[in-house]
Design a protein around this ligand. Structure first.
Ligand SMILES: NC(=O)C1=CN([C@@H]2O[C@H](COP(=O)(O)OP(=O)(O)OC[C@H]3O[C@@H](n4cnc5c(N)ncnc54)[C@H](OP(=O)(O)O)[C@@H]3O)[C@@H](O)[C@H]2O)C=CC1
Ligand SMILES: Nc1nc2c(c(=O)[nH]1)N=C([C@H](O)[C@@H](O)CO)CN2
Length: 228
């Protein structure tokens, strides 16, 4: 039986790219979205990955992606909503635009894509179908300087519960809430940084367990509890 592909949004760098490569290594067909062409995208294409350009910062951009995606894909094994922007709260003059952008990328895009691909997941002939939302352990405590980001990730966690109820029993819907797992420009190297492997381990667990839905897997080494 031929396998249905796994879609990873924002799969051209860092966590998303790591998971795409590990899924390929595990024998899954993979589809990724990206915004800008670069070497990593070409390398994925060379491994047989379907690479689709998509910008989820507007509803039109998301709807355009959905139309192109549904024209090319007939069934899906899983969707991993990884695409994300880590924006600090700007000054009041730009706060509304930032909040809207993070709402679009972290909440509206996963919402519209989940509704649009339900039939593709249900067309999958494999025993299990999954949706995984990548959120953030910061949801548990808030973020003084990234309030809009944390709120939009909290909304994505809530969508996990709603879609798990709505799509049961044929599609499992779960979230992975990372702490600091990969350094970015502005993060503090004196903290433990485990790398993307801990996220793939968690994704692998969810893809291999046919009785887990509506859960949020916090993967932060106790960071959200105040542990360093
Ligand atoms: N890194 C960490 O330590 C932590 C990460 N997380 C979460 O894990 C996930 C992956 O993290 P990380 O790899 O660091 O994330 P990055 O910020 O490095 O990458 C996110 C990806 O999302 C894509 N993206 C960003 N904006 C848009 C948009 N408007 N439309 C479509 N795609 C977009 C980017 O695509 P492109 O590159 O093609 O522009 C990029 O590939 C994210 O959801 C993040 O919030 C949570 C806590 C900690
Ligand atoms: N889209 C992104 N989201 C987040 C990132 C990132 O680089 N891109 N990084 C973090 C930090 O690691 C944060 O957890 C440090 O406390 C959070 N989200």
């Amino acid at each position: 039986m031929s396998q249905s592909p796994i879609l990873i949004t924002g799969g051209a760098q860092r966590l998303g790219l790591h998971c795409a490569e590990r899924l390929l290594d595990d024998g899954h067909p993979v589809i990724v979205t990206y915004r800008r062409e670069r070497e990593a995208v070409a390398a994925l294409r060379a491994r047989g990955v379907l690479t689709l350009q998509a910008d989820f910062a507007t509803r039109a951009g998301t709807e355009d992606f959905i139309a192109r995606f549904k024209a090319q894909v007939s069934s899906l094994r899983a969707v991993v909503h990884n695409a994300s922007e880590w924006l600090a709260d700007p000054g009041p003059e730009a706060a509304g635009e930032t909040f809207e952008r993070l709402f679009q990328v972290h909440m509206q895009a996963p919402y519209l894509i989940n509704l649009a691909v339900r039939e593709l997941l249900e067309a999958c002939q494999e025993p299990q179908r999954d949706i995984v939302h990548i959120t953030d352990s910061v949801v548990r405590r808030g973020a003084a300087e990234q309030a809009a980001y944390a709120a939009s990730k909290a909304g994505l966690e809530s969508l996990t519960l709603s879609f798990a109820a709505r799509f049961a029993p044929h599609i499992q819907v779960n979230a992975i809430a990372p702490g600091l797992v990969m350094l970015g420009e502005a993060t503090h190297p004196n903290r433990r940084v485990p790398g993307p492997g801990v996220i793939y381990q968690t994704l692998r667990y969810l893809l291999d367990n046919d009785y887990v839905t509506g859960t949020v897997m916090v993967v932060d080494g106790g960071e959200s509890l105040g542990a360093d």
